[in-house]
Each structure stands twice: as C-alpha cells, then as structure tokens.
Ligand binder design. Sequence first.
Ligand SMILES: [Zn+2]
Length: 80
Amino acid sequence: MSGVPARRSMLSGDRVNRIHWIPGTDQLRAVCHCSAERDFEDPVQLWEWLLSHPDGHDTPPPTVRDVAPSSDRRQEVTIP
Ligand SMILES: [Zn+2]
C-alpha cells in the first residue's frame, strides 16, 4: 500500500483502547484494554461498549492482577 505511513509502535498500558477497521467491511473491531474484543458496525455503539467497561464484557480473559478471591466487582448503575 502506498501513502500509508509506517506503523508506529503502539501504545501500551492498562487503559489503552484500540479500534481496528476491518478492511472490506463496514465493521469496526474494538479492543479494550482488558483485551476483550467485539465487532461493531456503529461507532457510537463501539464507544459505548468500550467506555462502559466492564459492562458488556461477557468473556473477560483472566489476568494475573484480577485474581483476587472473593472480590465482588458488581457495579450498580443508577439511571437518572
Ligand atoms: Zn474491557
């Protein structure tokens, strides 16, 4: 591909969200900082999903830091 700048090193960290466009489709793939992935067609829904972490993350991968026994991470959301 011409005109595409060389890939730079990606950011890394605990709060980095990434969005990949899937070439040839209208799909966008959101990759959360917790490494959950989900495909969207609507960028608005994509951002809502990303920013509402961990809501909607149905299959969070286990991470070493998250191994805390008896940690109830239930969130209560109050909708005005
Ligand atoms: Zn997440």
